[in-house]
Design a protein around this ligand. Structure first.
Ligand code: NIG
Ligand code: FE
Length: 409
C-alpha cells in the first residue's frame, strides 16, 4: 500500500490550538490555548501527523506538497454545532418589518416567522433543499467552518423533514432532527396531536438519518411536558438530545436537559442565576448564539457567569433565515469578546473543541494535534486573535479540509 499523500503547511506566523485536555473544556481550561510562533503543520492523508516550530521540522522524505503559511495564522477548522441550513425562501420582507418595530414573536403568532419558512421549505422540493444546504455550506466554508451541524425543522411533515435530513447529509453536514420546532398549520395549534404524528410517523425514519433530536421549548412552541415526551421517545430511538431553551423566557428547558442527560441546551438569553448554577453543576453544554441575540436585539446570554461558575460552553452561529441570517463563526467570536466578555482564547475553544464535543467528535475535531483530522483555517493576520478582533473582517485566507486545500472562491 502506498503512503498517504502528505501536505506541509510551513512558515506560519503563528499556530493556535486549544491545549490538550478533557473535552469539554470548562473554567480556566477554556482559555488554555497553545500558541507556536514560526510554525508548521504536517498532514498525512486526512489526519495531522505533526505540529511544531519550523526550527524543529525534521527532514521529510518522499513527496510532500507544500503550502506557504507566511503572513498567516493557523487555527483548527471551526465547528458550527448549531445551524438551520435546510430551508427554502428567505425572510427579508419580515426583516424589514422588524426593522420598523414589529416583534419576532408577534410575527410567529400571526402565522409568519418560522411558519412562513415552513411554507417555502415544503415548496422547495428535495432538489431545492439540496441546493440550499450546499449553497449555505459554501458560505460557511468561506468563513472557516469545516464541520457543520444542521437541523431540519422547516418541513414539519414527513417527506420534507426526511428530505431535509438527507440534504444535510448529502452536503457533508451532521443532521439533527428538529421535529419539534413549531406546530404546523394543519394541526391548528394542537401541539400534542402534532407530536403524536411526528413521533409515530416521522421518528422511525428520522432516527436512521439524524444523530440527534432537538426541540424548541418556548411559549408559542412546546412546553416542558411536551418536550419531555418528544425527547424521551427520541432517546429511546437512539438519538442524542439537544434543546432550544430560555431564548425569550425560562420554561424549564435547563432542568429538563439536565434530567435527560442532553448534550446541550442552546440560546440561554433569558437564563437566570438558578439556571446558570444548575448548568455549571451538570455535563450539559450551554451553546451561546450571540448572532441570534444581536439579530433580534435581545440581551446576550450570561456567558461570563456561566464560564465563571464552571459550566461548559460552546459558541455557534444559529444560522437561519429568521433569527440569525449569519454564517460567520469569526463574527460570533467578535461578539463573544465584545458583547459577552469572553477572551479570544475562550471563544476559540468554544467554537472548536467544545463545539466538537456537542457533536460527539471531540476526539477527532477541534484541535491542531497529531491524530486529529487535518482541518485547518489559515487566517490572513499576523496574530491569531484577529479571529475575534477583526469585526466582520474578510479573514479566512485558506482552508485545508481533511488534508486537502480547498478552493474558496
Ligand atoms: O434558533 N428559536 C427557534 N428557532 C430558530 C429560529 C427559527 C426561525 O426564526 O426561523 C432559532 O433562533
Ligand atoms: Fe436555533
Amino acid at each position: 500500500m502506498s503512503a498517504p499523500a502528505r501536505l506541509l503547511v510551513r512558515d506560519l506566523a503563528q499556530l493556535a490550538t486549544p491545549a490538550p485536555g478533557d473535552a469539554p473544556a470548562r473554567g480556566h481550561a477554556l482559555a488554555e490555548v497553545e500558541v507556536l510562533e514560526d510554525a508548521f503543520v504536517l498532514c498525512a492523508g486526512d489526519a495531522i501527523e505533526a505540529v511544531g516550530r519550523m526550527r524543529d521540522l525534521p527532514p521529510l522524505d518522499g513527496d510532500v506538497r507544500e503550502l506557504d503559511g507566511r503572513g498567516l495564522c493557523a487555527v483548527p477548522g471551526l465547528v458550527d454545532c448549531h445551524t438551520h441550513a435546510a430551508f427554502g425562501g428567505d425572510r427579508v420582507e419580515e426583516f424589514s418589518l422588524r426593522a420598523a418595530g414589529v416583534g419576532y414573536e408577534e410575527l410567529h403568532a400571526a402565522g409568519g416567522g418560522i411558519l412562513s419558512t415552513v411554507r417555502a421549505t415544503r415548496a422547495a422540493g428535495e432538489d431545492g433543499l439540496r441546493a440550499s444546504v450546499e449553497r449555505h455550506r459554501g458560505w460557511m466554508l468561506r468563513h472557516g467552518t469545516t464541520t457543520f451541524e444542521s437541523k431540519s425543522g422547516y418541513g414539519l411533515d414527513r417527506d420534507t423533514e426526511l428530505a431535509s435530513l438527507r440534504a444535510i447529509r448529502a452536503a457533508g453536514g451532521i443532521p439533527t432532527w428538529l421535529g419539534a420546532h413549531a406546530v404546523p398549520p394543519e394541526f391548528d395549534g394542537d401541539a400534542d396531536a402534532y407530536l403524536d404524528f411526528a413521533l409515530g410517523e416521522v421518528l422511525p425514519q428520522a432516527a436512521t438519518l439524524a444523530e440527534a433530536a432537538d426541540v424548541f421549548v418556548e411559549r408559542g412552541a412546546f412546553d416542558a411536558a411536551q418536550a419531555r415526551r418528544y425527547l424521551e421517545a427520541c432517546r429511546d430511538a437512539g438519538l442524542a438530545l439537544r434543546l432550544h431553551g430560555d431564548q425569550f423566557t425560562e420554561q424549564g428547558a435547563v432542568p429538563l436537559a439536565i434530567e435527560l442527560g442532553a448534550r446541550s441546551v442552546d440560546h440561554l438569553e433569558a437564563t437566570g442565576p438558578d439556571g446558570v448554577r444548575a448548568l455549571a453543576a451538570s455535563d450539559v453544554v450551554g451553546v451561546l448564539l450571540p448572532a441570534s441575540a444581536l439579530f433580534l436585539g435581545r440581551p446576550m446570554p450570561p456567558a461570563r457567569a456561566l464560564v465563571g461558575a464552571g459550566a461548559a460552553v460552546a459558541l455557534a452561529t444559529d444560522f437561519n433565515p429568521g433569527s440569525a441570517f449569519c454564517e460567520s463563526l469569526p463574527l460570533c467570536c467578535s461578539l463573544a469578546a465584545t458583547q459577552m466578555k469572553l477572551s479570544p482564547a475562550e471563544a476559540l475553544t468554544a467554537c472548536t473543541v467544545n463545539a466538537a464535543h456537542v457533536l460527539g467528535r471531540a476526539d477527532r475535531l477541534g484541535r491542531l494535534a497529531p491524530g486529529y483530522r487535518a482541518d485547518i483555517v489559515l487566517l490572513g493576520a499576523s496574530d491569531w486573535r484577529y479571529l475575534a478582533y477583526h469585526l466582520g473582517g474578510d479573514l479566512v485566507g485558506e482552508v485545508v479540509l481533511a488534508g486537502q486545500p480547498v478552493e474558496l472562491r
